[in-house]
Write a protein that binds this ligand. Structure first.
Ligand SMILES: [Zn+2]
Length: 330
């Protein structure tokens, strides 16, 4: 008993010291004042449809493979969007336990913002080395429980949003692919490349930010697995415009043609009673203070939350040949 009395105050002291050290550490998601100003200036004042209620949105940025430097800008963008428009409160975390069924049900929508890999597991890859079979099994079963909770969440009528490498997340999980439509292969266009984006559905409410036009942007552009991001399954909104983009950056076959007929960038779909929106723009920090893209994100989020009516029926994207190049057009 005597020794316990000695140990307890020591333990309390150690805990206090750790807490202090944590609170004194710089916030890894803080953005500079300069960036904060740019993000604030890019915010749309109003939502595309009236705000019916303030929603609770989970912004999840855990990574188990590549980690984007733009995550803090993206998180700040989401927080500002929710606050400025009054559409939603943001809970931001990288703790996968938030996907446990009891915790997830508090939210109306989830944003996978530059997450990568298999982020619903407590530990992945090398982190699992040296763990006992029992510990491995516990990690697997909690990951599966969280995956099931996410599927039930969307299927039951909630919203799912993916930004950039939210599309390089769970590339081999069938349900995620069905919900989000993604499955990353590579990015033939790098972060320093400038590309032309075609507005495939100029009258759609989720492309209103682009005022009926396409646009030029410097950002990394994804190529998805065959059988993913299909216009036959999802309502396509944006795709690479071959008229203004160096398509030969993806001629891996060396046959003088790009390897895909269509390089989709943004789309929406339904899943059960729920809705999903995905936009692959968001590698570079600047994307999160590009007013057009931010307004596009907002429309996608409001659609996913169920407050912005929008047609998610797949619509064929015709591919027209122009001067020997494929041009995507409805
Ligand atoms: Zn990227």
């Amino acid at each position: 008993m005597k020794s316990l009395c000695l140990v307890l105050p020591l333990a309390a002291l150690t805990t206090a010291a750790i807490t202090f050290a944590q609170s004194a550490a710089p916030n890894p998601f803080a953005v500079s004042a300069d960036r904060m100003d740019k993000i604030k200036a890019a915010m749309p004042a109003v939502t595309p449809a009236p705000v019916k209620k303030k929603h609770e949105v989970l912004v999840f940025t855990k990574t188990t493979t590549f980690r984007h430097g733009s995550i803090p800008s993206g998180v700040e963008c989401m927080k500002q969007l929710g606050a400025k428009t009054g559409l939603f409160n943001v809970t931001h975390t990288e703790d996968p336990a938030v996907f446990e069924p009891d915790s997830l049900k508090k939210f109306d929508g989830v944003v996978f913002l530059n997450s990568t890999g298999t982020p619903l597991a407590d530990k992945s890859g090398e982190e699992r080395n040296g763990l006992s079979p029992e510990q491995q099994k516990e990690i697997e079963s909690s990951e599966n429980r969280r995956k099931d909770a996410l599927v039930a969440f969307v299927k039951g009528g909630k919203g799912l949003v993916g930004i950039h490498s939210g599309g390089d997340t769970y590339n081999d999980w069938k349900d995620y692919a069905e919900m989000m439509g993604t499955g990353f292969v590579e990015h033939p266009w790098n972060s320093g490349d400038t590309v032309r984006v075609k507005n495939l559905d100029p009258k759609h409410p989720l492309t209103a930010a682009f005022k009926g036009e396409g646009f030029t942007i410097k950002d990394e552009i994804y190529k998805f697995k065959p059988g993913r991001a299909l216009p036959s399954e999802r309502r396509m909104l944006l795709a690479l415009d071959p008229d203004g983009t160096d398509m030969m950056k993806d001629d891996k076959n060396k046959d003088g043609k790009p390897d895909r007929e269509l390089y989709p960038i943004a789309w929406l779909s339904t899943y059960g009673q729920g809705r999903s929106f995905y936009c692959s723009l968001g590698h570079n920090d600047e994307v999160f203070w590009n007013p057009m893209v931010v307004e596009h994100y907002l429309a996608g989020i409001q659609y996913a939350l169920g407050d912005l009516p929008a047609d998610a029926a797949p619509k064929p994207v015709a591919l027209l040949l122009k001067e020997g190049r494929l041009i995507a057009a409805h």
